[in-house]
Design a protein around this ligand. Structure first.
Ligand SMILES: [Zn+2]
Length: 270
């Protein structure tokens, strides 16, 4: 199985950051002309917990599963498990209208399906759950389970992304900051590498240096949603130690608890 696995790992390594699919320039121009999302004043203008519609989006699809972990597990599975727990936590804390969104199909069409589902469901907040990797050039090789595998222990931590193209940018940023602050209270640190030149085209502007909120304008799920939208990279699965942590009940609880605490704080301030 060494050869096929290494081929798969190689293929996946080449699309490691496919989670972060950009709207190209033509699409962006067309979007401004014909599909410019109109801000809805109702969205997040007030927050009644049982009615506040949070869509928890599972990043990627079973077919197009995102990054591959250091131990060759697909990102989609990590996203699904954590997003399901976040959804359950939010519901149990009073956000009864929270919904888990699982999308199928190929990567790019799935992004527009997600946005369509969130907009049709008149979401108040779209929270996309992902797990992080690194650019291909940073990958190192090791043997896991008898197969050549890829890892990078250089970076770790979570990160949060928001888009200035989102019609509720200020609310999105506020929510991302609140989630980031709660994650920090849990003793977790954010991934600071996105400001570094080594990140190349994945380099981002850091909007909040205390809690790790970055700006990512062109991301489809952040820019095309009519609701406030935040993307959470919950941790790095290409980092061999953090991959193990991302599978642990303690880390799941820390992240889900942080999101729920942030949402409560958001609603109390409205
Ligand atoms: Zn992803």
């Amino acid at each position: 199985m060494g050869q096929p696995r290494s081929i798969i790992a190689g293929l996946v390594a080449s699309i490691l950051l496919s989670s972060l699919v950009l709207v190209d320039a033509v699409d962006a121009a067309a979007a401004r002309k014909i599909a410019r999302p109109r801000p809805k004043p109702s969205s997040a203008a007030k927050c009644e917990m049982p009615k506040f519609r949070i869509v928890v989006d599972v990043g990627h699809t079973p077919d197009s599963y995102g990054a591959l972990s250091a131990r060759n597990d697909p990102e989609f599975g990590f996203n699904f498990r954590l997003a399901r727990l976040i959804t359950a936590k939010l519901k149990s804390e009073g956000f009864a209208a929270t919904r888990l969104l699982v999308t199928d199909g190929k990567a790019r069409p799935s992004l527009f399906k997600r946005v369509g589902a969130a907009n049709e469901g008149r979401a108040d907040l779209f929270l996309s759950v992902h797990h992080d990797s690194v650019p291909d050039k940073l990958l190192e090789t090791w043997e896991f389970d008898g197969a050549k595998s890829y890892f990078s222990d250089r970076f770790s931590g979570h990160s949060l992304f928001v888009s200035r193209q989102n019609p509720h940018f200020a609310t999105s940023l506020m929510l991302a900051r609140m989630i980031g602050w709660q994650l920090k209270q849990q003793g977790l640190h954010y991934a600071s590498q996105y400001t570094l030149p080594v990140m190349g085209r994945y380099r981002r502007q850091l909007l909040d240096k205390d809690v790790g909120v970055y700006r990512y304008d062109g991301l489809v799920v952040l820019s095309r949603t009519r609701s406030a939208a935040v993307l959470l990279e919950a941790g790095s699965i290409i980092n061999r130690d953090e991959e193990m942590e991302m599978n642990s009940p303690e880390r799941h609880e820390a992240v889900a608890g942080a999101v729920a605490a942030a949402m409560r704080e958001f609603c109390e301030k409205r």
